[in-house]
Design a protein around this ligand. Sequence first.
Ligand SMILES: *Cc1c(COP(=O)(O)O)cnc(C)c1O
Length: 468
Amino acid sequence: MRYVSTRGQAPVLDFEGVTLTGLASDGGLYLPESWPQFSADEIRAMRGLSYPQLAARVMAPFVDGSLSPDDLLTLCEKAYGGFDHAATTPLVQLDGQHWLLELFHGPTLAFKDVALQLLGLLFERFLESAERPLTIIGATSGDTGSAAIHAVAGRDNAQIFMLHPEGRVSEIQRRQMTTISAANVHNIAIGGSFDDAQAMVKRMFADRALTDTLDIGAVNSINWARLMAQVVYYFAAALQLGAPDRKVAFSVPTGNFGDVFAGYVAAQMGLPVERLIVATNKNDILARAIRDGDYSVGESHATITPSMDIQVSSNFERLLFEANGRDAEALAAQMDGFGSSNSLALDAAQREGIAAMFSAYRATPEDTLAAMRWAHDKCGEVIDPHTAVGLHAACTATMADEIDASIPVVTLATAHPAKFPDAVKQAIGIEADLPARVGDLFALEERFETLPADYDTVRDYISAKATR
Ligand SMILES: *Cc1c(COP(=O)(O)O)cnc(C)c1O
């Protein structure tokens, strides 16, 4: 498979290349040159496969040329062997129409483990004969950081620098990052918002002072391999609910637009997806873009769903590219304009293309708590606040008759409730206990550096600390 940049000026790469590169050199994001297709018969034949087998089947076309099918299956078995549920991503029924897809059975209790456990193994595999280590630089609103650190800690030929907004991640999220003692892990608390941290990371990828001396890689969802791994659970859920002979809708708690874009990819590959519901919190740039065509950066708000406190959603660029007929030149101009004005107006084709597949709803804190209460009181399920934002959107869509009553609606359960105990307590008065597998986070020593949101300071720190 060959991969092209959304802005058209970066070299075409193979799967190994995009996995190790992250952001394209022209500032764009990589996508496969074309979408692999599965026929209805091929999808039917996936019924009954184990999760690792399904993962290897769905991802095979994307890794073609870089990994053999057997190697891919071995990596998938290893990546998902450590999950604490035999189904890896089990489905739970809430009522006649609504389901939860539990994506939090990995080591750090959020869906990001599903992709990052595999990505850590892909890095190790592709770096076996590397001359210098891969320096992974990332920004996190909380969950990417811990999942990435757990995936990379102690691996040969890789080191990781993870930026998080100081005081804006939960204590459990911070401890999951800062208590890892491996020498190749470096945590940096930035005195600013997630968007400040993400903007600095993006700038580093284009900074010759760094890229001339370090091989820089990405673990944020700008990395194609992450999105690829997330496509699998859309297939897993839909197959259990009757695909390809029945359509399924998904509601996705959204921040950087990675998870929901993976659902779009599944649909392009032939999975019958009825609709993708983009669920946002008060940081609703995506809801405004999808409904009104207005992608303009607003003020960043801290909410009870910190992993979604994002204004600039990196992966939205991938959808804009798809929706303009893959016109890289036009997209590069549009993104340049966005870079200077912080706002972008979708053209008519983009608006129509996106409206055909996506809806968007925003949840207030009250909506979020009410959804947690409904899940608990009516369905006996304790859910985390991010999942609740998704469930609120799913129920809003079905109540508005936007989705036919015969179509199952799957809300992606993106985090374990124990990861966000304060919100759970506030909503339903229950103390959500951490599963034993995370260990005693509160007894371990923390290690991190605190730096101001100043680009040169952060870059120089990384440059000085990195092993070459
Ligand atoms: C990262 C995250 C999200 C948002 O996912 P995106 O791929 O960034 O849209 C939602 N919920 C939780 C719990 C997360 O960790």
